[in-house]
Design a protein around this ligand. Structure first.
Ligand code: MTE
Ligand code: MO
Length: 372
């Protein structure tokens, strides 16, 4: 059993698949803290978790022609300036289960919890690439990452990002070795993972083994044949994966975490809670909440850190206090967020349905009953 050596996990996690391990925190725990505690940070593994020895671990950085390839120990990586940043990581499949309700999709049934936030620390990728002699180049446009997790045929997880993002110090791409002040937990990439602020989870390669600069995107299945968006009318007979760009920055997203769908609540004062986040460093500027299915709206209070413009890498938690009118039997609670480019979420799921169930960011709707 290749999974026999997987680590222990927190019992509160909602497991979507045991082998490989995929799990999300329950909604009420997800927004209890701005920084997600490591044991309940959502986990998305495609393969068994490698068990790497930090003493013999080496990160291979392929140098440019005429440059210098590097084989970095953890100690070598610690010598680069240590950079810290608070970043929200979201899987492209977050909220996929709502797409499934429109029409069947291929993928894990994530609810609203395939998203979490941590304080990451490590070396900046731009500093490490510079040491190997890499510069911005017109022919070599992508930085490819390879994990040390692999399937029985020896194929490793891989992904890539544009070189311009990797070389931009303001983009703060990290080779992270700490998560919330601790060494990375095994499930989250021990000893080193990539953190690409504002970009889809799939590019944050865990258990990082190799970094190279190439003229093309990573040839990995997960770069070329997955994590792409398509029109609702494209099906598995007609899909042409080469016709769509790989997902990088993610669209504006928000969800309600309290109360939960189907819950029965007391009349009087209620508190509605949730999260909101946008990709590419775009800040959330507003969250609108409706208690009547979208007829009237209230602006929620935004909690959490306000990050610099263009570098709003982390989510905002939000809440709304409201009173439920007497005699009301039910509430149709809806939330939608707006980012600083005035991007908004679509109101329904059907027009953004796609065969892989990615980019599911329609208004989030929760129906609750009120005790008479
Ligand atoms: N890196 C490796 N090596 N193997 C993986 O399976 N999964 C990716 C990414 N990096 C993956 C990986 C995907 S799809 C996501 S959403 C994030 O890791 C999840 O990171 P987390 O498990 O720390 O939440
Ligand atoms: Mo993912």
């Amino acid at each position: 059993d290749p999974y026999a050596d997987d680590p222990m996990r927190h019992p509160a996690l909602k497991v979507n698949s045991q082998c490989p391990f995929n799990a999300e925190p329950p909604p009420e725990l997800l927004t209890e803290n701005y920084i997600t505690p490591n044991p309940i940070f959502f986990t998305r593994n495609h393969l068994p978790v490698p068990n790497l020895d930090p003493d013999t671990y080496r990160l291979h950085i392929v140098g440019p022609p005429g440059g210098q390839s590097l084989s970095l120990s953890l100690g070598d990586l610690y010598k680069f300036p240590k950079h810290e940043v608070t970043v929200t990581l979201q899987c492209a499949g977050n909220r996929r289960s709502e797409m499934t309700r429109v029409k069947e999709v291929k993928g894990l049934e994530w609810r609203t919890g395939a998203i979490s936030t941590a304080r990451w620390a490590g070396a900046r990728l731009c500093d490490v690439l510079a040491q190997a002699g890499h510069q911005l180049s017109e022919t070599e446009a992508h930085v490819c990452f390879e994990g040390l997790d692999s399937d029985p045929t020896g194929t490793a997880y891989g992904a890539s990002i544009p070189l311009a993002r990797a070389m931009d110090p303001e983009a703060e791409v990290l080779l992270a070795y700490e998560m919330n002040g601790q060494p990375l937990p095994r499930d989250h990439g021990f000893p080193v993972r990539v953190v690409v602020p504002g970009v889809v989870g799939a590019r944050h390669v865990k258990w990082l083994g190799r970094v190279s600069v190439e003229s093309e995107e990573s040839c990995s299945h997960w770069q070329r044949r997955d994590y792409k968006g398509f029109s609702p009318s494209v099906d598995w007979d007609t899909v042409d994966f080469d016709s769509a760009p790989s997902i990088q920055e993610l669209p504006i997203q928000s969800a309600i975490t309290e109360p939960q769908d189907g819950e029965t609540i007391e009349p009087g004062e209620i508190t509605v809670k949730g999260y909101a986040w946008s990709g590419g460093g775009r800040a959330v500027i507003r969250v609108d909440v409706s208690l009547d299915g979208g007829l009237t709206w209230h602006a929620a209070d935004l909690d959490g850190e306000e990050q610099p413009p263009r570098k709003a890498w982390a989510w905002r938690l939000w809440q709304l206090q409201a009173s439920v009118p007497a005699g009301q039997k039910e509430l149709n609670i809806v939330c939608k967020a707006v980012d600083d480019s005035y991007n908004v979420q679509p109101d329904t799921v059907a027009p953004i349905w796609n065969l892989r169930g990615v980019l599911s960011n329609a208004w989030h709707r929760v129906h609750v009953h009120i005790t008479p």
